[in-house]
Design a protein around this ligand. Structure first.
Ligand SMILES: Nc1ncnc2c1ncn2[C@@H]1O[C@H](COP(=O)(O)OP(=O)(O)O)[C@@H](O)[C@H]1O
Ligand SMILES: [Mg+2]
Length: 451
């Protein structure tokens, strides 16, 4: 399932805005990215998508169920009503063609006013019913589409010290739990992980037993490989999906597990050393929480897929670069699409690294409520993206001004003045500064020439 288009009327700062999403004819990827200054309206777009999709989720979960209404403070100041139209297509379902478009409208009038547009949810109900009647089937038509929104205020891994055992078994709908109202819920993640791991250990060969068996089998290679394949076959496919997703994003980390001693906690190995998950850095935690949460939800919603990471869905992430090390920002989109190939991603970012490293991404620049498509960002260096797309100087502007002046002096062959400015800048800027090194070379050249 993919969102084709959304149209906002009197929502936040937008009077009338229409946004198509990738994949489009020109952009083959399933990734749309919004960049723009603070207050440009990026979050407004994601939240509107989440509001609109909450109705689909509500109606899949229960017959005639609902979602969140448009909040009153979302209606553009001075207007009396707001509406959100959405169009989705690409439904993989035996009773729908991929090209069929389902659209629905959500409207809200302020108290005492009449809306010029009414909500219209007929197609939404139709779509939700397609899914409702197929849940639990043991082929891939029994899958549910993931719909999840990670807002900026997503909490990062506050791992609860003690967790209760979950009160009821997890079911396929639990993939939607808090999916549009809070994003990562690591407490719940922990609970789920523990639950699955318990079953895995009861029914299969636990990792500890495996270690002991390996010792006993000694040098018998055939026995060892037999044991290994038995062990793998007894692993829980849902947990395996989460483990493999985390591993793909963070290759230095492995063996995410629940440890019961000395007290209950979640442990992971980093380059061979065991750590409590709460000891990881903020960046490591956020990436793990994000990837782990998407993988867990997909696993829950696609119980019959051999590889649940191939499940379908829509993932909205606000400020996707939040807390992430530049190295991770750079490969983020590429990793997301490789790990979750059938999910559509709609992202916002402040980081030039995020958008310069993937082909075929649909990138929009939001400027003062106006939307412009930007092509050809692939392979640009981060400075150029800052300058061209994000309208930000790559350097402190005073320093830049003086460096420009230095270059001018050198071009005009004013050696004496140039040297004195060079001395000044050298005391202030770090040794090895690129522009200064260049200037030093030019000065040397001029000196040689005049000698
Ligand atoms: N009800 C409203 N009426 C008019 N403008 C609004 C309303 N609500 C929010 N805004 C404007 O929208 C901006 C917030 O947009 P937001 O989507 O949070 O921006 P971004 O995520 O790009 O930083 C605010 O700066 C404000 O100017
Ligand atoms: Mg925002």
């Amino acid at each position: 399932m993919e969102i084709r288009k959304i149209r906002l009327n009197n929502v936040g700062r937008f009077t009338d805005l229409e946004v198509p999403f990738a994949p489009t004819e020109k952009h083959a990827s399933k990734v749309t990215v919004f960049v723009g200054n603070n207050g440009a309206g990026k979050t407004t777009i994601l939240k509107s998508l989440a509001t609109s999709l909450s109705w689909l989720v509500g109606r899949i979960r229960t017959d005639n169920g609902g979602g969140s209404p448009i909040q009153e403070d979302v209606v553009t100041n001075g207007e009396s009503f707001a509406s959100i139209d959405i169009k989705v297509s690409g439904i993989s379902h035996p009773q729908a063609s991929k090209s069929t478009i389902y659209s629905w409208t959500l409207a809200r009038a302020l108290r005492g006013h009449k809306s010029k547009v009414n909500s219209s949810l007929t197609k939404l109900t139709e779509l939700a019913e397609l899914y409702r009647f197929h849940i639990g089937l043991t082929d891939d038509t029994g899958s549910l589409p993931l719909v999840v929104f990670y807002p900026v205020e997503r909490s990062v891994l506050d791992v609860p010290l003690t967790t209760r055992k979950s009160e009821r078994p997890f079911d396929q709908f639990d993939g939607y739990e808090n999916a549009l109202s809070g994003g990562v819920d690591f407490g719940r993640f922990f609970e789920w992980f523990r639950d699955r791991e318990d079953t895995e250990n009861e029914q299969g060969i636990s990792t500890t037993v495996m270690e002991q068996l390996k010792k006993i089998s000694g040098s018998d290679e055939r026995l060892a490989s037999e044991l290994k394949s038995m062990h793998l076959a007894s692993r829980d496919p849902q947990l395996s999906a989460v483990r493999s997703a985390v591993k793909k994003f963070m290759p230095d980390f492995s063996n995410l597990r629940v440890q019961r001693k000395p007290r209950l906690h979640m442990a992971i190995d980093k380059l061979g050393k065991t750590l409590n998950v709460s000891q990881l850095s903020q960046g490591e935690k956020s990436l793990m929480a994000l990837v782990g949460d998407i993988a867990r939800r997909l696993a829950i919603m696609n119980p019959s897929l051999k590889n649940p990471l191939k499940g379908e869905g829509i993932v909205l992430i606000d400020e996707v670069d939040l807390h992430l090390h530049p190295k991770w920002q750079r490969s983020l989109i590429q990793q997301l699409t490789a790990t979750f190939p059938n999910c559509q991603f709609i992202l916002t970012t402040h980081s030039p690294l995020v958008i310069s490293d993937t082909k075929d991404v649909l990138c929009y620049v939001l400027d003062d409520g106006e939307l412009k498509e930007r092509d050809g960002l692939y392979g640009l260096d981060a400075n150029q993206v800052l300058l061209d797309v994000m309208d930000t100087d790559v350097r402190n502007s005073k320093v830049q001004g003086r460096l420009d002046r230095l270059l001018e002096l050198l071009q005009d062959k004013k050696l004496k003045e140039a040297k004195s400015l060079f001395e000044e800048l050298s005391t202030e800027l770090a040794p090895g500064h690129m522009e200064l090194t260049k200037a030093a070379l030019l000065i040397r050249k001029l000196e040689l020439r005049s000698a």
